[in-house]
Design a protein around this ligand. Structure first.
Ligand code: HEM
Length: 344
């Protein structure tokens, strides 16, 4: 008899946090640990508390989600500086201030809790970790970078990949047969195993093309430039539409179709050198988390596709699957993805 469980993929993944020096060890154990073990470690490391279901854990997840949504608010003063007073009148400045203060207070408490439990010496607000000094603001900035930029992006991506696989059972089967053919009954996935998973890499590239978690990439012109006949003055905010580029028929054959095969005999990658595919941006301000995110995504997908078959609950059909998007800097699913995991 096969045991069937309904999993809410929303809960299935949250990255972790431990103060700076822990990151390296975490990454090593993440690379070698099977999925179940990884998830347990991730939850425990994240807060140094038993799990993310604590009040503090929930509050942090809420702060991150609200912050993500908040970033999409229209700041009139940001676009037309002499209208900045509107941001005071409509309460945007006040709400921004409150949100930043709440986040700061939360991080202060979290860091103090970690410090009191670990061997770290806190000297005049400075931590000395592996010979590198970092002050509280630095630590908070790092935590915000890793969580703010790394949490919703990767979880949104994983949910979109599972959505597309559930919508396209033939692709799911082909991917599972590749992963299972390479792993057999192994529990640990090695770097070499991952390198052999060509179809997995193609599915990941196609999901990034079709659902880039950061569809709009904001930048500021560093100097006056002319682009396609338009004069862009230094200081102008320029928004790069990675989603539209990824679906541009000039570059892509049948762009509205989810077709991982298009990447099998192609050298196009998402590392920022092929401008038709830039889910992580490009150039020196491109995403520094790209390798961490790619390793994590490959491991999670390989693990859950290896160990489980996946179906929609109550015999629902993939083609009817809801794909409404959530507003935010990272665009995820609006509604949770419910799927039945059938252990193999
Ligand atoms: C699927 C996962 C991810 C996607 C799609 C993604 C995408 C992006 C994009 C599009 C940018 C802007 C790049 C540009 O302006 O050219 C960015 C910046 C950034 N990302 Fe990621 N990211 C992901 C995961 C991560 C992770 C896991 C981390 C950290 C552990 C991270 C940390 C950052 C940081 C710190 C920046 C700002 C870089 C800067 O301004 O110099 N990201 N990311």
């Amino acid at each position: 008899a096969r045991e069937c469980k309904t999993h809410d993929l929303d809960l299935a993944y949250r990255p972790k946090l431990e103060i700076v020096e822990q990151l390296y060890n975490d990454m090593k154990s993440l690379i070698s640990s099977p999925y179940g073990e990884y998830w347990r470690q991730a939850r425990n490391h994240a807060f140094g508390r038993k799990n993310i279901e604590t009040e503090a854990g929930k509050k942090f997840v809420r702060l991150i989600s609200e912050g993500q949504e908040f970033l999409t608010n229209l700041s009139i003063g940001g676009f037309v500086p002499w209208l900045s007073w509107i941001n005071i009148l409509n309460g945007l400045n006040y709400r921004t201030d409150m949100m930043l203060k709440q986040g700061d207070k939360f991080l202060d408490e979290l860091i103090q809790e970690h410090l009191s439990k670990t061997r770290h010496e806190s000297k005049e607000n400075l931590l000395d970790i592996a010979g590198v000094s970092i002050d509280m603001d630095g630590i908070k900035g790092l935590i915000k970078d890793v969580f703010g930029a790394g949490t919703d992006t990767t979880s949104a991506f994983l949910k979109w990949t599972m959505t597309e696989l559930l919508k396209h059972p033939t692709i799911m089967k082909k991917l599972q047969s590749e992963v299972r053919g390479i792993l057999h009954d192994k529990l640990d996935i090695t770097f070499d195993d991952r390198e052999k998973m060509h179809y997995l890499k193609a599915v990941i590239k196609e999901t990034f093309r079709y659902h880039p978690p950061v569809p709009l990439i904001p930048r500021e012109a560093g100097r006056d430039v002319k682009i396609m006949g338009y004069d862009i003055a230094a200081g102008t905010m320029v928004i790069i539409n990675a989603l539209a580029i990824g679906r541009d028929p000039l570059f892509w054959d049948e762009p509205e179709k989810f077709k991982p095969e298009r990447f099998l005999n192609s050298s196009i990658d998402f590392k920022g050198l092929h401008f038709q595919h830039i889910p992580f941006g490009s150039g020196r301000r491109s995403c520094p988390g790209i390798d961490f995110a790619t390793a994590l995504i490959e491991l999670v997908l390989a693990n859950i596709l290896h160990k489980f078959d996946w179906e929609l609950p109550d015999g629902a059909k993939g083609e009817n699957l809801d794909t409404t998007e959530l507003r935010g800097l990272a665009v995820g699913r609006k509604n949770p993805l419910l799927a039945v995991a059938i252990p193999q």
